[in-house]
Design a protein around this ligand. Structure first.
Ligand SMILES: Cc1ncc(COP(=O)(O)O)c(C=O)c1O
Length: 472
């Protein structure tokens, strides 16, 4: 039970007496459900001060609301909206709109957490107690200066912690000044677009590939050059043959999104050679590079970048949780100035409290421990999910788990059969992305992309698999 934001209830201008305007505002908020039964309303004194009116005006409005049964004074506990009161939309309120149907065939997140939902880490396994303890410590330690604007490129403590982590975990040598803190992958990519590319430039994208990358590039007036992906990752020779003048390539080398294959060393070298020879840019989207289950994670492509052509995009969405909205971009030393300039225009800054908290989470070792635990947990959940689904689906829908990543690809027979099934699944509360929707040109067949990170056991996978079979 919390007080509503009183600043949202200023008296409207008009001929009506002030107390009546305040009364109308409260009655409207209760009728529309903005204020719910049991919610506490502000004290007359606080609201009078907030609105700059006499306290007697507010008291008059409150006694009218009380007399009509909308609110109840509760002594020390303040005044609350009468429990059990039914919201009555005023006659002029338009009928509530049906929520738009969720489209399972896009990459977008459904409104609730569903089994096999892509893009999420194991939400049950995040160390919430440690997080809460660190959070409380940081809140208590906040100084007046912390209430000011955070530095546009990121908090120095976080930039330093990320640079240290990348060196150890991803083989990347960079200084904190090369690390730009952003609110997510899209902001990182947008920074690259604004700093280094021009409308009309061609950009290689993996095909199949992550739809938000394509959407953002297209929206920014760039021309997509889809390049096929095979068992060794993006087919660099095809990119060179078909779009030799492209200005940049956007790749997911660790675990290609969505096929989860790893970019081979030969291809890595070919890509870097192309970028160096032609003075092109490579964006390495390393969204889940930490999650490899058969060996230690492979070093990032960026670790091989001798000529400053690779921009490395990392995110905390998978190694912590996506609600944190925190990511980063590592830019080559020669480009730091340019990115600072662009960020001065575009950057809003990221909440300093979040950044400070994550910096401590990293520097005190919780981050590295959490990743190690998740690597073990995901290896188990991946095996359990693959075993459970394979047992139910049989050889017609094979699964070939890749060495890393956070989802499985269940292959299906037929052309675009994945789309209808994914649609039916979402209607029955089970999530999958249709592989055929992630492609633009290259035929990649039908298949379901299903995350295993939140599937706790083989039994659960089998049970869900049987429900999916019934929908086919
Ligand atoms: C291929 C790919 N890149 C990047 C991201 C990270 O995006 P964000 O930082 O906005 O969570 C994701 C998240 O699902 C992804 O799948």
């Amino acid at each position: 039970m919390t007080s509503p934001p009183i600043a949202s209830l200023p008296p409207a201008a008009g001929d009506e007496p002030l107390y009546r305007q305040v009364y109308d505002r409260f009655r409207g908020a209760i009728a529309q459900g903005t204020l719910r039964p049991g919610d506490r309303i502000p004290s007359a004194r606080a609201l009078a001060k907030e609105l700059g009116v006499a306290r007697g005006t507010i008291e008059m409005a409150y006694s009218l609301l009380h007399a009509e049964g909308y609110v109840q004074p509760r002594g020390q506990a303040g005044t609350i909206v009468t429990p059990g009161l039914q919201a009555q939309p005023p006659a002029s309120t338009p009928p509530p709109q049906k929520p738009p149907p969720t489209d399972p065939d896009t990459w977008r997140q459904p409104p609730t957490l569903l089994p096999f939902q892509m893009g999420l880490p194991a939400l049950d396994a995040f160390p919430r107690k440690i997080w809460a303890r660190l959070g409380a410590r940081h809140l208590r330690a906040m100084q007046a200066a912390d209430l000011s604007y955070p530095p546009a490129d990121g908090l120095p403590a976080l930039r330093t912690a990320i640079a240290a982590h990348l060196q150890v975990a991803r083989g990347i040598h960079c200084t904190p000044a090369q690390v730009f803190i952003t609110s997510g992958y899209r902001e990182s990519l947008n920074l690259v677009i604004q700093a280094l590319l021009h409308p009309g430039d061609q950009v290689w994208v993996e095909d199949p590939g992550y739809p938000p990358t394509r959407e953002l590039l297209t929206h920014s007036g760039l021309a997509l050059a889809p390049v096929a992906v095979d068992a060794e990752g993006i087919v660099v020779a095809q990119g060179i043959a078909q779009a030799p003048t492209a200005r940049a390539a956007i790749v997911t080398p660790a675990h290609q999104s969505p096929l989860s294959v790893t970019l081979s060393l030969t291809r890595r070298q070919a890509l870097l050679d192309w970028a160096e020879r032609q003075q092109r840019w490579i964006v390495e989207d390393d969204y889940d590079g930490e999650y490899r289950y058969v060996s230690r994670p492979l070093p990032a492509l960026k670790s091989l970048d001798r000529h400053g052509r690779v921009l490395y995009a990392g995110t905390f969405s998978k190694v912590m949780f996506p609600g944190i909205r925190l990511a980063y971009l590592v830019v080559p030393p020669a480009q730091v100035r340019r990115f600072e300039d662009v960020n001065r225009v575009l950057g809003n800054g990221i909440p300093g409290l979040t950044q400070a908290l994550v910096a401590t989470f990293m520097s005190e070792g919780h981050f590295a421990r959490h990743i190690q635990r998740m690597r073990r947990l995901y290896a188990e959940r991946r095996n359990a999910t693959a075993a459970g689904l394979s047992k139910v689906f049989g050889p017609d829908m094979p699964i070939h788990p890749q060495p890393g990543g956070m989802h499985l690809l269940v292959r299906m027979k037929g052309h675009h059969t994945d789309r209808a099934l994914a649609q039916r699944m979402i209607e029955h509360g089970i999530y999958a992305h249709a592989l055929s929707r992630w492609t633009t040109a290259a035929p990649c067949g039908s298949g379901l992309l299903m995350s295993f990170t939140n599937i706790e056991s083989q039994e659960r996978a089998e049970q869900l698999g049987r429900r999916i079979l019934e929908l086919m």
